[in-house]
Structure formats: structure tokens, C-alpha cells
Design a protein around this ligand. Sequence first.
Ligand code: GLU
Length: 294
Amino acid sequence: MIVTRFAPSPTGRLHLGHAYSAILNHDLAKAHHGRFLLRIEDIDTGRCRPEYEDAILEDLAWLGLSWEEPVLRQSERLPAYRQAIDDLVARGLVYRCFLTRKEVAESLSAPHGAPEGVFSGAPLPAAEEAARLKRGDAYAWRLSQDAAAEALGEEYSSLAFPLWEGEGIVSMPADPQRHGDVVLARKDTGTSYHLCATLDDADQGVTHIVRGEDLAFAAGLHRLLLALFGRPCPVYRHHRLVTDEAGRRFAKRDRSVTLRALRESGVTPDRIRARLGLEETPAPPPGDGPPAGG
Ligand code: GLU
């Protein structure tokens, strides 16, 4: 059974780009006897607002979409994320990083072994770390690519994920090294998009992750996290980004194309589907479903 999801962050009003992603996921599941889930990605409490969450539900319902209840809110899953971080800590797969943004930026321009622009660090010596903890210095938890490579052995360099392209599925190398020692628990939120989204998709049994090509880079990293957590890997599909007449991507600051503005100006959901080229029932995903893995 196909399980898809739309996972907006309530940091602004939805626009045409969101509508495209939501309708694609919704129609794919509904047309092929699957399940369509809505997930509210609201861990960044500094940027998320409850009124935007209400607006998301209102806009999606207006588009004619329906989703399973209850809606999962990431802010209600903090203990699950904490547990996952604790597990990574216990397995030595993450290390504390006390660096400021500026220091990280500086280290990226300094020559070191990792590919350009990719952060590669190491835990502090124990005494120094203890002193900084005693001082109450804030830290992030970073994934250690070296530790991940050691934990996964040969699997690490051959990791791949199924990518649905056109009408077929190709095996894409995950190339985990390319992501460097990425932050899995931020100083401020204690968690991160990559960790939460990956865990939620696995726990919710999402089989097909259909999202914008701006997030294509994340699939390889998510594949690595799934392997570390011993969870199966879904199929990924990266859709085009919707642009205006001048070829510019829509952003949350573009008031004119929010779904609410369009609705208030008399545009109908059918017109929106037509504008997005989403009038036809989508073809089923290729293959017999996602390959097992993890
Ligand atoms: N919450 C993310 C966003 O609004 C979506 C992440 C995802 O689909 O994995 O961009």
C-alpha cells in the first residue's frame, strides 16, 4: 500500500508551490488506494506560529484534500527524538560540537580532508569538553561520518536509495560523505529537520517521499540515518519547483500567490489544479513498492 505525506512547516502561509506538493502526494495516494498523511513540522518554535498551522489546514481543505487524523505534530514527538539522539550518543555515532556559526564557517574555508564546503570535526579532548560543559556552554550533536562508516562497514560506501525518475526507479548512490558531520541536534531546538523527518517518515510507514527538488540533496543523508537506525528505506521522488512567469520560485514572503490571496481573489481549486498541470489522475508508482532495506 502506498503511503505519502505532505509535511509543511507552519512558518508562513501556503503558496502555489506547497499546493503542488500537497496535491501530488494526495492524488498519488488516493488514486492508488493508499494513505495520505499530513505532518506539521513545528520543532523550530522561534519561527513556527499556531495561526499558520490553522491556515495550513484551512487551505488544504479548501483545495479539496483530505488526510488521516490525527495529524502528527513534531512538537509532540520531542521524547522520541530525544531517545533517538540518546541512542546515537550511546553508540558513539555523534559528538558534541561547541563551535559558533562563525567558527564553523571559518573551518569550512580552511583546508582539511573533507570535500569542499563540508564540515568535518572531532570530539574535543575529554578534559576540555568537561570544562566547557561545567561552564554551561551550549553545544550541538554532530553525526560523525567516521563513526558511521565504521558502524556500517562495507554497507557505508555502497549505500543507495531508490529514486523514482520519470516512469522508472533507479538506484542512487547515497554518497553519505558528501554531507559531512551534519548537525543532528541543534543547540537551540535539541533536534533537527533531518533527524525528525527521517524518524517520522519511518515511524509513520511512509513508502513514497515526494517533495521538491530543493530537498533532493537530503535523500542521501536520510538514507544514511535510516541505515544507522536499522529502518527500511522508502522510494524518493523529487518534483519540479513551481515558478512564476519570470521563472522565480515562490517563497513564503510572496503574499500575492498565497492560497488565501488566490482564494480571496476568486480563484477556484480547479483553476489552481489547471495552473499547476495537476488535472489528471497520477500514474501508479513503478515497481511493486519500495524495496526492503535498512
Ligand atoms: N517541512 C519541510 C518544508 O516545509 C518539508 C520537509 C520534507 O518534506 O521532508 O520545507
